[in-house]
Design a protein around this ligand. Structure first.
Ligand SMILES: [Zn+2]
Length: 202
């Protein structure tokens, strides 16, 4: 299942906080279709405009360049000080559409009761249980590394920064074995999986 680039940018708000506007990127056949899909999900839609996803890619490339200092960081505290701009946040609705409005990990429909997260399948800022792994900072802005997740699967004691590399297998992870793909042979960290949204550049 490849990632599909959104082609509309919408300004929206949740009905209980109409003053808190945010951007939402979606894929649709027309402006009317983008608007009605968001209104069905109870968003207040302020405007809908055509969007060239190349603009997002350019912003992502800039943020990736800024994150390159991860290569030189020697410890987790230094890495933690880096802030990744959350360019992935406006992609949540587009990702949920790709996954039939379900969490990529537990297959539950959740967006009528919770906001949910955009999860980095390969964690961007460090890998739990492997303090020598800097995290997959170079995939922080690769949409193929994003998955829609319910809060239970991505927060608390669930996935968070866990990733099933050969060096950091963790029995408590909730990542489904169903999405484990053939071994990636090029990554220096012995990763075992690709994302369901496509083969990641390692
Ligand atoms: Zn879930």
């Amino acid at each position: 299942m490849p990632f599909v680039e959104p082609n509309y940018r919408c300004r929206v708000a949740e009905p209980d906080s109409p003053e808190r506007k945010s951007s939402c990127l979606v894929q649709a056949q027309s402006e009317a279709e983008a608007r009605s899909a968001l209104e069905r999900r109870h968003y207040i839609v302020y405007n809908v405009k055509k969007y060239d996803f190349a603009a997002w890619r350019r912003a992502g490339a800039k943020a990736t360049a800024a994150a390159q200092k991860y290569r030189d960081f020697k410890n987790a505290a230094d890495r933690k000080a880096h802030t990744f701009p959350a360019l992935w946040a406006p992609l949540k609705e587009a990702l949920l559409d790709l996954f039939h409005r379900k969490c990529a990990y537990c297959d539950a429909e959740f967006d009528h009761v919770a906001y949910g997260d955009v999860d980095h399948f390969r964690p961007k800022g460090g890998v739990s249980d492997d303090p020598n792994h800097p995290g997959y900072w170079w995939l922080a802005y690769d949409p193929s590394n994003y998955l829609p997740s319910c809060a239970l699967c991505n927060q608390g004691d669930a996935k968070k920064n866990r990733f099933r590399s050969l060096r950091s297998l963790n029995a408590r992870t909730v990542v489904s074995s169903a999405i484990v793909a053939p071994t990636c042979r090029t990554c220096p960290f012995d990763c075992t999986t690709n994302s369901p949204l496509g083969r990641l550049a390692t």
